[in-house]
Each structure stands twice: as structure tokens, then as C-alpha cells.
Ligand binder design. Structure first.
Ligand SMILES: *Cc1c(COP(=O)(O)O)cnc(C)c1O
Length: 230
């Protein structure tokens, strides 16, 4: 099942890229494996997946220990400052940085471990109350402040769009995120190399690709529905 799903998602990515005149290799697929057992991640790995997304620190660390070391782990969930120390030397990228205080903690812990961490700034473009992320208005200033910190590099922006039946409804949010990305790039802020737009999930990744996504985060579309217990 996982193999077929991955093939289908990749084919959809290819078609979406073709439609919008983009190169397929400019869009990376992150297999969002949260709540799923290592056996399923292993299967995705065998199908060629090397980018995995997790949203909980403990789960990421446990899977990191069990899975091959050439995997790029993406932290995509809300991150508490007291847990940063467990993952700074294990993650390839943290997509969910939305405050200066969190960035300061990442910078500090990365310094202790002698690593440089790539981060994305999470923006709550749709202004949903239930979601984390900075506001569109505050984004530029936050990027300027975080950019002064050592041991981390801002690589781009991330957003989680609302859950909608019709993916086209989210086009406006993806456009907005790209616009902020372009604005920030024009400012030529030191230490900021805007290259990545992390946007689009199972329900709307094709729409996100049309608006410039470089990372799409697909969970259900690869691993099936998630069942939460407790
Ligand atoms: C769970 C999650 C996803 C994947 O969601 P699906 O709809 O299952 O593809 C993507 N991004 C974030 C931040 C998530 O928490």
C-alpha cells in the first residue's frame, strides 16, 4: 500500500510541476510519519524516501535511533523550548519556528553541540486561532531579529493551511506566503537565504506546488489515516 501511495503522490507532484512550468526536482516530498510505526517508515525508506516529518520530540528521537542515519528529519510540529536540546543535533530542518525566544533556545543548544541548524519561520497566514505561527505583519521583523543569532540559518517559510474540502480555497494562503517570501528576499537580510517554502499537505499539495512550494508534507496520502489513542 505504501509503495503505491508514494508512486501516486510522486506522479501527482510531477503533473503539478509540469502544469506550472516547474522542475520536479525543485519540489521535495516529506513523508509525514507521525503516529506511524517504524515498520511503515522502513517501507517508505525502501521506496526511496529520505525526508521524514515528525511533530513530537520524543517520537522523533525514538525513530531517529531506530532508522538509518542518512534520513533527513524534519521537525514540523510545535516545539517547546525545554525540548529543543533533544533534537538540535538530529534534525535536518525545523519548520516550526515562530518566536524569537524559541529561536534563541535553538541557537544556544546548537552552539553547545557545535552544529548549525536550518530553520523555517512558521506563519499562520490564515490567522486560525487554533494554530501556531507568527502573523504576516510580524514576520519580517521576526526574521530580522532571528537572523542575528549564531548557529542557525533561516532557509525559508512554512505554513499550515486550513482543512478545506476544496484545495483551491487555500490558494490565497499559499500565494500570501510566497509574497512574504519574495518581500523578505528583496530586503537582503544578512544570514537569511530564502530558498524553501514548506506548504501543502495531503489535501492541497498540488495547489501549493502551483504557488511555489519547495517542500510538501504528506502524511495520510502515504501512510493512510492516523488513529490517535488516549
Ligand atoms: C500532520 C501534518 C502534516 C501531514 O498532514 P496530512 O494531511 O496527513 O498529509 C503536514 N504538516 C504538518 C505540520 C502536520 O502536523
Amino acid at each position: 500500500m505504501i509503495r503505491e501511495n508514494i508512486e501516486r503522490v510522486k506522479e501527482n507532484i510531477r503533473i503539478a510541476c509540469e502544469k506550472s512550468g516547474r522542475k520536479t526536482e525543485d519540489v521535495a516530498l516529506i513523508a509525514v510519519s507521525k503516529t506511524k510505526p517504524v515498520s511503515m517508515l522502513q517501507e517508505a525508506y525502501e521506496c526511496g524516501c529520505r525526508d521524514f516529518g515528525e511533530n513530537k520530540v520524543q517520537e522523533l528521537v525514538e525513530k531517529w535511533e531506530q532508522m538509518p542515519k542518512d534520513i533527513r528529519w524534519h521537525m514540523i510540529g510545535h516545539l517547546q523550548r525545554n525540548k529543543v536540546k533533544y533534537i538540535v543535533d538530529k534534525v535536518y530542518m525545523i519548520h516550526s519556528v515562530d518566536s524569537l525566544r524559541l529561536a534563541e533556545e535553538i541557537s544556544k543548544e546548537a552552539g553547545k553541540k557545535g552544529v548549525t541548524v536550518s530553520i523555517l519561520i512558521e506563519i499562520n497566514v490564515a490567522e486560525e486561532e487554533t494554530k501556531f505561527g507568527t502573523t504576516c505583519e510580524e514576520a519580517v521583523q521576526l526574521v530580522e531579529e532571528i537572523a542575528r543569532l549564531p548557529h542557525l540559518v533561516i532557509k525559508g517559510l512554512m505554513t499550515i493551511a486550513p482543512y478545506v474540502e476544496n484545495a483551491e480555497e487555500n490558494k490565497q494562503y499559499f500565494e500570501k506566503l510566497r509574497q512574504i517570501y519574495v518581500d523578505i528576499n528583496h530586503k537582503n537580510i544578512d544570514n537569511v537565504y530564502m530558498a524553501e517554502l514548506s506548504m501543502g499537505m495531503t489535501g492541497d499539495y498540488e495547489t501549493a506546488i502551483a504557488e511555489g512550494a519547495t517542500y510538501v508534507r504528506v502524511g495520510t496520502g502515504i501512510f493512510g489515516e492516523r488513529f490517535y489513542t488516549g
